[in-house]
Design a protein around this ligand. Sequence first.
Ligand SMILES: *[C@@H]1O[C@H](CO)[C@@H](O)[C@H](O)[C@H]1NC(C)=O
Ligand SMILES: *[C@@H]1O[C@H](CO)[C@@H](O)[C@H](O)[C@H]1NC(C)=O
Ligand SMILES: *[C@@H]1O[C@H](CO)[C@@H](O)[C@H](O)[C@H]1NC(C)=O
Ligand SMILES: *[C@@H]1O[C@H](CO)[C@@H](O)[C@H](O)[C@H]1NC(C)=O
Ligand SMILES: *[C@@H]1O[C@H](CO)[C@@H](O)[C@H](O)[C@H]1NC(C)=O
Ligand SMILES: *[C@@H]1O[C@H](CO)[C@@H](O)[C@H](O)[C@H]1NC(C)=O
Ligand SMILES: *[C@@H]1O[C@H](CO)[C@@H](O)[C@H](O)[C@H]1NC(C)=O
Length: 924
Amino acid sequence: MIIQMTSGIKFLQYLVLLVILFNLEARVADSNIIRCIDEEREALLTFKASLVDESGVLSSWGPEDEKRDCCKWTGLRCSNKTNHVILLDLQPIDFDSFPLRGTISPALLKLHDLRHLNLSFNDFSGSPIPEFIGSLSKLRYLDLFGTVFAGPIPPQLGNLSRLQHLDLGSNYLFSTGNLDWLSHLSYLRYLNLDESNLANSSDWFQVIGKLHSLKTLSLHSCYLPPVIPLSLNHLNSSTSLETLVLSDNNLTSSIYPWLPNISSIFISIDLGFNQLQGSIPESFQHMVYLEHLRLSFNELEGGIPKFFGNMCSLITLNLSNNKLSGQLSEIIQNLSSGCLENSLKSLYLEVNQFTGPIPDLGGFSSMKRLYLSDNLLNGTINKSLGHMFKLEIMCLSQNSLTGVISESFFSNISNLKELHLANNPLVLKLSHDWVPPFQLIIISLSSCKIGPHFPKWLQTQNQIELLDISNTGISDTIPDWFWNLSNKFSFLDLASNQIKGKLPNLSSRFGTSNPGIDISSNHFEGLIPPLPSNSSFLNLSKNRFSGSISFLCSISGSKLTYVDLSSNLLSGKLPDCWWTFDSLVILNLENNSFSGRIPDSMGFLQNIQTLSLHNNRLTGELSSSFRNCSQLRLLDLGKNALYGEIPTWMGESLSNLIVLSLKSNKFHGKIPFQLCQLAFLQVLDLSLNNISGKIPKCFNNFTAMTQERSSDPTIKVYYYTFFGPAYVYHYSFQDKLMLTWKGSEREYRSTLGLVKSLELSSNNLNGAVPEEIMDLVGLVALNLSKNHLTGQISPKIGQLKSLDFLDLSRNQLVGGIPSSLSQLSGLSVMDLSYNNLSGKIPTVTQLQSFNDTVYAGNPELCGLPLPNKCRDEESAAGPGITEGRDDADTSEDEDQFITLGFYVSLILGFIVGFWGVCGTLLRS
Ligand SMILES: *[C@@H]1O[C@H](CO)[C@@H](O)[C@H](O)[C@H]1NC(C)=O
Ligand SMILES: *[C@@H]1O[C@H](CO)[C@@H](O)[C@H](O)[C@H]1NC(C)=O
Ligand SMILES: *[C@@H]1O[C@H](CO)[C@@H](O)[C@H](O)[C@H]1NC(C)=O
Ligand SMILES: *[C@@H]1O[C@H](CO)[C@@H](O)[C@H](O)[C@H]1NC(C)=O
Ligand SMILES: *[C@@H]1O[C@H](CO)[C@@H](O)[C@H](O)[C@H]1NC(C)=O
Ligand SMILES: *[C@@H]1O[C@H](CO)[C@@H](O)[C@H](O)[C@H]1NC(C)=O
Ligand SMILES: *[C@@H]1O[C@H](CO)[C@@H](O)[C@H](O)[C@H]1NC(C)=O
């Protein structure tokens, strides 16, 4: 409008004029002059009508008189010149509010001049992107990120020839064929198709090459087919690409030649989570502007090429989670040869196979984040690390680093925020009155040697969010100041020390975070005091806590997911306030002395998956409210004094059960056939009760037991992840199962998915062993001993090829021993003693190799290894064979078998593990 203002004074005048003009315009706008074009208002109202607006994002939109000017509606902007709507930007108010739902009305097409359409984070519930969006021909910005659209990406978008910014990321989209339509978008500067399935678009890399204006491309998790090397010859492309994200595809090293072909001005490249193999290619060395390179989570091998040392712009080098190897000292020497030393701020080398001691890194003067955890590093830590005064994160966990770290090591490292030294045989010798130069947020020192005294220097660290000093040899009481240290704790791990004393009232010590607390395996004693009411998980197991657990009722519960109070001296009734714990997934109260009934309110644990009350003194019948715990996968009520019949609802309602143990209680009555509905059941233990009647014929309905291997790892590993402002930490636990035999325990964790057992011993079961049991070919243990079972051993027993234990002893089984038994090649324990079996023990080495005691107490049985020969054999058998067998049936052996009768005791429990990944999953 006013151009060529040469003198400063004129320019000032112009400014004044402008200000007046703007003021005027503002006043005009305030008075009721309507700019909105009627036709567009109608179209927008139609558009609104097809949306569901639960949080009132569009409350300013309406036909009412006072709302007439649609240019003032939320999320809209009109052109100041033409009054046409040019921008429509409808974001949810915040992350907690309901997004817009519904459909997008074609009335939108009436907004001829629309340049900017942003519907990101709304929810179109799996409907396809309407093709007519391709007719909004003036669009420059189209942002549909995270809008829950599903279906094909409409090629009609290729008609939006002025588009500069296209974001379809984080939806459920796929491409039906080639991406030719994209190449019409020649002004495109930004393209994001994250999480779209482009498996059918093998031309993706050629099409990208035609987008000459493209600066940013993100194709994370797109099932991209690999670049076909030959087709690169015809490709004469060059884009303006600066930022390239191709992570989480199955790309191979055929991508390398494409990179320099496509752009020479890369600033950031992310090829993480692919299948890059072999050594790191040279092609990166000519990318002189490169600031961020991520190649993590691939299968790269070899060392780190020397040229990186000369990449003067490089700020972040992320090579974590590969198979890179070599002496770290040589590698650092190579990287120190040029200007990289000055530029590099973040070096991620964790989870590789680097060896040797940690060398001098003092030259890297800008380094802020150093990740070397989970390698094969040994030897000592070079003193230079303690002089990297910009260093904020030092992550050296999970190596074999040795030596003594004293306070002088830390003297110059005042910016440190995270110190990860866990799982190294390091000794920390820090004097009692040491005042560290830093304020740490994360301290992870698990399994280093710190004790015997509780580290006093922690008293100066009042910003701590995560403290892990588990298994550090502390044998002390916790000083009072400790509990007032930080109100930001999100995780506190003091497990596996010998910490003594009582806990103070912790209900209000941890601020507003949702802390997780693990103080398991110590010598804590006394009552459990009130704990933080917003706790997210609590592991107090393996201590000497006593008294009741009424403290639980003061926890608000909404975040509580994990409670382990097992193996203490706790007693009294179980509290009856479980309805607050609707997030609880794991509850372990085993090995205590709780008594009384199991409270009805436990039925409110609607998300509970693992519940163990094993080895207490609980009594009464099971409340039918339990049927609501339909997520249960593991239920162990063994070793209590529960009684009544086995409820039918167990089979009807707990359909996710994998492990069910009612062992060693006083249950009576029949096994309800409804139990057969538990198709996922792998372990059923009803032994040591008073259960009578016949074994139901429907056990072949335990589908999981009828399969030799589990298709899924049915036993779950639970992960708890703590996110802080600058870290991610994982806490994991896993269901585990112990099989105890003759005092030695075998533990099944990751292999637990393969453990399948049926234990019905020591009851009053009668009738024949149903043939259907012989279909449970996945069984590892079958124990039917000490019942009144009759009939013959089915020859089909040879089908149970996975069997390791077989105990049919002390029943009234008759007939011969089927020779098919010898097909059970993995059988290590068998007991057929004290039945009425008869005839000859089949002459197959497998069956003869068992101790004769396993056949004892069957007077009609004959042949090796028993001393009594079979009648038809008497002449054939040489006299020497039976030598020394005369005392086979002594009372001593009988005792032996009585203990053997208890041979399998299932102990269900939990494995807990805790490890930091130093947060690199999220950051780079
Ligand atoms: C249009 O006018 C508004 C004030 O009414 C102003 O904020 C905006 O910058 C103007 N837009 C253009 C493109 O001039
Ligand atoms: C669209 O809205 C989202 C969410 O607020 C915002 O992050 C994004 O930058 C916007 N997109 C465009 C192209 O302006
Ligand atoms: C839009 O694109 C489709 C297919 O890409 C084409 O058939 C159609 O003619 C185009 N429509 C307009 C209005 O350009
Ligand atoms: C990569 O390939 C494997 C099998 O080779 C497949 O299971 C996986 O889904 C693929 N991942 C991606 C991101 O394409
Ligand atoms: C480190 O490990 C290597 C290879 O296992 C071994 O040869 C070397 O002696 C170890 N060094 C130290 C200091 O333990
Ligand atoms: C066997 O399992 C099926 C499905 O899991 C169930 O519908 C049926 O009732 C079961 N049979 C018995 C006898 O429980
Ligand atoms: C059978 O077991 C008993 C008791 O363990 C033992 O004393 C005996 O030696 C065993 N016999 C053979 C042949 O292994």
